[in-house]
Design a protein around this ligand. Structure first.
Ligand SMILES: Nc1nc2c(ncn2[C@@H]2O[C@H](COP(=O)(O)OP(=O)(O)OP(=O)(O)O)[C@@H](O)[C@H]2O)c(=O)[nH]1
Ligand SMILES: [Mg+2]
Length: 195
């Protein structure tokens, strides 16, 4: 596939099915806890500064944001989970929105599941990974913020993450930093192999 990744734009934002684009363009969704770096990952691999809006304040992304890439592929930035300061009602709304998208969207080819490389995955991270495995949605596991960990400890952290998730070795695993741009090529290889 010849893909001009510079030709990328926010297409639309959605809260439910009726807003989703109606066509057959493949989609890759980004899921992970609030502040893990989902929007930064999208910006990083598209080499854009602020296409997907990022923030040091968690809970920035509230809607399903569909990004068009050269009319041939879409990224879907999913609001983060695990942000403590939301009401129970908000959390339920989030749960419905994300479940509806992940379980019924035929365009969905894979989910980039992001976890923070610095820490063992949270219960929410484990639940998300289990959910994706249960629904047999292909997973690309991306560990973010690797620039914050010295290289000498990378193996140890990778093992910690894989152990906690009971990681399926047939899934892709990518070490990523939006600061150093480490992992961009590997992330693209994984994404393109799914569409
Ligand atoms: N050092 C470092 N910081 C990062 C990296 N990725 C993201 N960040 C920072 O982490 C914060 C959150 O990043 P976002 O991309 O907005 O996170 P998000 O997952 O989209 O967050 P929500 O939209 O709230 O769910 C920002 O301050 C980013 O600059 C990374 O690879 N390395
Ligand atoms: Mg975001």
């Amino acid at each position: 596939m010849e893909l001009n990744t510079h030709n990328a734009d926010l297409l639309l934002s959605a809260t439910n099915k009726s807003h989703y684009p109606q066509d057959d363009i493949p989609e890759i969704a980004m899921a992970g806890r609030s502040n893990v770096g989902k929007s930064s990952f999208i910006n990083g691999i598209l080499n854009r500064k602020n296409l997907a809006r990022t923030s040091s304040k968690p809970g920035k992304t509230q809607l399903l944001n569909f990004f068009d890439i050269d009319g041939q592929l879409r990224f879907v930035d999913v609001p983060g989970y695990g942000y403590a300061k939301v009401s129970k009602k908000e959390r339920e709304k989030w749960g419905k929105m994300i479940e509806e998208y992940l379980t019924s969207r035929e365009n969905l080819q894979a989910v980039v599941s992001l976890v923070d490389f610095r820490h063992a995955p949270s219960q929410d991270d484990v639940q998300m990974y289990d959910f994706l495995k249960y629904y047999e949605i292909p997973v690309i596991l991306v560990a973010t913020k690797i620039d914050k960990i010295p290289r000498s400890r990378w193996n140890k952290h990778e093992k910690m993450i894989k152990d906690k998730l009971d990681f399926d070795p047939s899934d892709d695993f990518v070490l990523f930093s939006s600061e150093t741009k480490h992992g961009i090529d590997q992330a693209w290889d994984a994404i393109l192999s799914k569409i």
